[in-house]
Design a binder for this molecule. Structure first.
Ligand code: UT7
Length: 332
């Protein structure tokens, strides 16, 4: 029987225009460019400005550009999954809003939330719908407006996060390319160290939750850092070992961009030199669900058909995982 794989056949991205630099943050909280650069690798991040603008506004640009690039009509999309922790609304799903805005009238869709691992969780989920043979064109969007849940008086979080994201088209292939393997993990005991406490069913919005700033990201940096270094490095090494990949077999690591030190620890563990690692954290910071598609978008022209690529992420939950894929096309 011929095996159907899911292959990424196109990628696009979007970042808002406004640049929030370390220098500007120095005026907002007690911090400095040197500390931020040394501890995180971040120099600037993008912020979506505009009353009523949300995650779907960024997603729509990425998806529309992807459809144009691939010369595909919105009605051809079977399914759209939106990976995000900052949906436009609590409900309905941002995926539904995106489909409505782009005219994807034949698609069904849903949101998937796994904090910073949202995109790889969504890509793995989408790949299963392709592998069954039932779906031909799936869009996976990874996008976040992190500025909507960040406290810009909290120096431990506001320096890290930014807005933006990207979208990939997933199609079936029978030539052995595309997604080869995926390993996903989660551990809910990590929730105490990284969460947004209010806005859900435990603590619906109230004056009290606002006063206590529970609508913002809460993060205990050190425990998350330790778990992230271990989780991302371990799962990346595990997927290499499971698929008999040596460091020289891997063309690219596409790591979630949370902290340059976490990325370095992961690439060292995989035995990869820096020139094989996609890093744009210095320009965008941590866009949560957006980091991996943004990297693929920026590096697309350098990718060659057959390249062995490892995607790897760690995030709140805790959630973490890795995907091994063979790139399916040469960019023109
Ligand atoms: O993507 C989702 C998963 N999230 C992550 O992977 C994030 C993981 N954690 C991290 O990336 C790092 O822990 C941070 C970047 C958040 C913090 O870096 P750190 O090296 O762990 O710093 P720290 O929290 O241990 O703080 C060290 C010192 C403290 O001062 P004292 O107590 O030593 O006097 C902090 O108060 O640095 C201070 N500090 C700052 N100083 C200047 C904390 N934030 C800042 C700041 N500017 N923005």
């Amino acid at each position: 029987m011929i095996k159907i794989n899911a292959a990424i056949t196109g990628v696009e991205g979007y970042v808002p225009e406004y640049v929030l630099s370390n220098k500007e943050l120095e005026k907002m909280v007690e911090t400095n460019d040197e500390w931020i650069t040394e501890r995180t690798g971040i120099k600037e991040r993008r912020i979506l400005k505009g009353e009523g603008k949300g995650t779907s506004d960024m997603a729509v640009v990425a998806v529309q550009n992807l459809l144009n690039k691939k010369a595909i009509k919105a009605e051809e999309i079977d399914l759209l999954i939106c990976a995000t922790v900052t949906p436009d609304l609590v409900f309905p799903a941002t995926a539904n809003i995106i489909c409505d805005k782009i005219g994807a009238t034949k698609a069904w869709g849903f949101d998937l939330q796994a904090a910073c691992s949202s995109f790889i969780y969504a890509l793995y989920t989408a790949s299963q719908f392709i592998e069954t043979g039932r779906y031909n064109k799936i869009i996976v969007v990874g996008v976040d407006k992190m500025s909507s849940i960040i406290d810009y008086t909290d120096r431990s979080t506001c320096i890290i996060f930014g807005d933006g994201g990207g979208a990939v088209l997933l199609e079936p292939t029978t030539d052995g390319l595309g997604i080869q393997d995926s390993i996903m993990y989660s551990d809910g005991s990590g929730r105490h160290h990284l969460h947004q406490k209010a806005g859900g069913s435990c603590y619906p919005p109230s004056h009290e939750t606002i006063d206590k700033k529970w609508h913002y990201v809460y993060q205990e940096g050190q425990p998350v850092f330790k778990a992230a270094v271990k989780g991302m490095a371990d799962v990346s090494a595990e997927i290499m070992e499971k698929n008999n990949l040596k460091s020289e077999d891997v063309a690219w690591l596409v790591p979630h961009q949370a902290n340059l030190r976490i990325i370095d620890a992961t690439s060292r563990r995989m035995g990869l030199s820096n020139d094989k690692v996609m890093i744009n954290i210095e320009r965008y910071g941590n866009t949560t669900s957006g980091t991996i598609p943004l990297c693929l978008w920026e590096w697309e022209k350098q990718l060659k058909k057959g390249d062995n690529i490892i995607l790897s992420a760690f995030g709140g939950g805790f959630t973490w995982g890795a995907i091994y894929l063979k790139w399916a096309y040469d960019s023109k």
